[in-house]
Design a binder for this molecule. Structure first.
Ligand SMILES: Cc1cc2nc3c(=O)[nH]c(=O)nc-3n(C[C@H](O)[C@H](O)[C@H](O)COP(=O)(O)OP(=O)(O)OC[C@H]3O[C@@H](n4cnc5c(N)ncnc54)[C@H](O)[C@@H]3O)c2cc1C
Length: 584
């Protein structure tokens, strides 16, 4: 099949050595003393605004921290929540929960406080939020909770918690409800990018359902937008994994044939209303394929003359800088502009796990948060330098990151910030007050609770992780000075670029043994050329194959050997025609 993309594919080393990147980043990280002082002042003001925010106490953010996935209760809640979200009808959901909770000899009793049912954050009362102990299961934790509180209370609290979290993070269950809840699009109101919940389509029907929901959302968003030009227009974010059930590197040919036309179709609809249309960033092993799809769709002649097409780039990926340069090359080649959302990345835990499962040589993402922060700033600098061909959109809830970007930008126009609905409110409210010219966009998920789970897990991880800025900033015991520590200072030298407690995937089981080596189909065999592989004569260091020069004659002989053996022989020896014996 002829490839629909006229543009060369993206190639960059999948998982290079962190230390090499750190050396480069540290070299350029220094700012002047005046710049550092300004960053300190801006960040401190933003952190104080976050800490002064009254809504924080007793709100959903507190609850999320209380039920972080690293606590037993948080995990138990997610087990139940998962059941609740996946079971299609309420009656079956109830039965399922009853069944899960009813396995022990529970004493049913009503909870003492009626407030318990009103605010699920009360769940935290009377519970110790300890980290899971070896041998404990989430089900066991639920069982003990149910014993203490009674099954109906746990069921109600779980439902309440999900509703609370759903309404906190989701702007509306339908695009119409979300548009009604969004502030009207006006000169002084925030911009919106709507995200129809749903990802990882498993069937063609799923993909069609998501396509239709994107298509009708574009119509609804476009229909209510006023006539101001880009970038001051609402937008939509799409996930390629929602649009194709086989969005994976090994299905490239099929993906290019089937997904590219779908993406072009959606992009044309967005173009008709001059919207911002962003392709979200997903897992690292889909990056090359995503960029192939994006390049093919973006190159379509029907999208000419529109500056709204964009993509998200993750700074925790070691290839982030290369992706920015690729995007710039693409925009330059077509003489068009693109919008680029810079994020740190929301799939860190699964990236680490996946690389370990696959026994890769190294990780595609950094293992220290400060490296991600450092790379984010370097990428921000690069994006700002590539204006106006690229329109940078800095998506972060980290006050220090925001303050540093502001310093580097040298003005308030030509870029925007982005936040997620339900997060970063106090920070951006303060910023809006201090610098009214500055634009920011709210990323607003839309959808039913059924499609919420994957998104919710990422938010729970983000809010609960002890390295996460929102979690630390909310803790008044942490001095502001700690939050102002620069990533370059934390890393210090290139030798500290890797996390000391996260071994390389291949060393995961050391000193017992080496991890088995796997293949990453999502990575082109870069930087090793075929010639180098031939020279090496081995696959992953094991001489498992032999390269045969094209013109040599190949002779093959086969024997079928039938012999009784007491044990599996070590070798088979051929000593001449029809003379084969086992070596013991
Ligand atoms: C508007 C918007 C759109 C978004 N779209 C996307 C998207 O398309 N794709 C996507 O993946 N994410 C997306 N995100 C989520 C985004 O990646 C997270 O919100 C973001 O990483 C949190 O960064 P922060 O600067 O707010 O917080 P910080 O607390 O400063 O950073 C947290 C981040 O640091 C990184 N990190 C944490 N621990 C480590 C470690 N040990 N080693 C290396 N890195 C580490 C992770 O990326 C983690 O998310 C979006 C966010 C926003 C606000």
């Amino acid at each position: 099949m002829k490839d629909p993309s006229p543009f060369p594919s993206f190639r960059a080393p999948y998982a290079p050595d962190d230390r090499v990147i750190a050396a480069r980043l540290l070299e350029t990280a220094d700012l002047s003393a005046e710049q550092d002082a300004r960053i300190d002042r801006t960040a401190t003001r933003l952190i104080e605004a976050i800490r002064a925010n009254d809504d924080r106490l007793g709100g959903v953010e507190d609850m999320l921290r209380e039920f972080a996935l690293s606590t037993k209760e948080g995990l138990a809640l997610m087990v139940l929540a998962e059941a609740l979200l996946r079971v299609p009808d309420a009656r079956t959901a109830d039965q399922f929960i009853e069944d899960k909770l009813g396995q022990g000899d529970f004493v049913h009793h009503e909870t003492k406080s009626s407030a318990f049912l009103v605010n699920a954050s009360a769940w935290a009362l009377g519970m110790s939020a300890r980290v899971i102990q070896p041998g404990e299961t989430p089900e066991g934790t639920i069982g003990r909770l149910a014993k203490r509180l009674g099954v109906p209370a746990v069921r109600a609290a779980t439902r309440q918690a999900m509703r609370l979290m759903g309404s906190h993070f989701v702007l509306g269950e339908t695009i119409e409800a979300a548009l009604a809840r969004a502030e009207p699009h006006s000169a002084d109101a925030a911009r919106y990018s709507f995200d129809m919940l749903g990802e990882g389509a498993r069937t063609a029907n799923d993909a069609e359902r998501y396509f239709n929901s994107y298509a009708s959302a574009i119509g609804a968003i476009g229909g209510t937008a006023d006539d101001r030009p880009l970038p001051d227009r609402p937008g939509i974010s799409v996930k390629l994994s929602a649009l194709h059930p086989r969005f994976e590197a090994v299905s490239r040919e099929r993906v290019m044939k089937e997904l590219v036309p779908r993406l072009i179709d959606l992009a044309r609809r967005a173009k008709a209303y001059d919207l911002n249309f962003t392709v979200d960033a997903e897992e690292a092993d889909r990056l090359e394929l995503s960029l192939d799809v994006i390049a093919a769709a973006f190159s379509d002649a029907s999208l000419k003359g529109w500056d709204g097409f964009g993509l998200a780039i993750q700074a925790y990926q070691k290839r982030a800088r290369a992706v920015i340069d690729y995007t710039d090359d693409l925009a330059r080649a077509l003489s068009r502009r693109m919008m680029v959302r810079l994020v740190k990345g929301a799939y860190w835990d699964s990236e680490i796990k996946r690389a370990q499962e696959r026994g890769l040589d190294d990780y595609p993402v950094f293992t220290r948060k400060a490296m991600t922060d450092l790379n984010y700033i370097a990428c921000a600098q690069r994006l700002l330098a590539l204006r106006p061909r690229l329109f940078p959109q800095f998506a972060t809830h980290n006050a220090l990151t925001v303050a540093t970007v502001l310093e580097l930008a040298g003005g308030d126009s030509g870029f925007e910030f982005q936040r997620l609905h339900g997060m970063g409110e106090a920070l951006y409210a303060q910023l809006g007050q201090d610098r009214p010219e500055l634009a920011y966009r709210t990323y607003a998920p839309v959808g039913s609770h059924r499609d919420l789970l994957a998104y919710l897990v990422r938010r729970l991880l983000e809010n609960g992780a002890n390295s996460s800025f929102v979690a630390i900033a909310a803790d008044d015991n942490v001095p502001v000075a700690t939050l102002l520590r620069r990533p370059a200072e934390i890393i210090g030298t290139a030798d500290n670029a890797r996390h000391p407690n996260i071994p390389l995937p291949r060393d995961l089981f050391q000193p017992q043994r080496q991890n088995s080596r796997g293949m990453e189909f999502g990575a082109s065999p870069f930087p090793e050329t075929r010639r180098q592989m031939i020279g090496r004569g081995s696959l992953f260091g094991v001489s498992g194959y032999r390269w045969i020069p094209a013109k040599s004659t190949v002779h093959l002989r086969y024997w079928a050997v039938l012999a009784a053996a007491e044990r599996v022989p070590e070798a088979l020896v051929w000593t001449g025609e029809n003379n084969v014996h086992f070596e013991p």
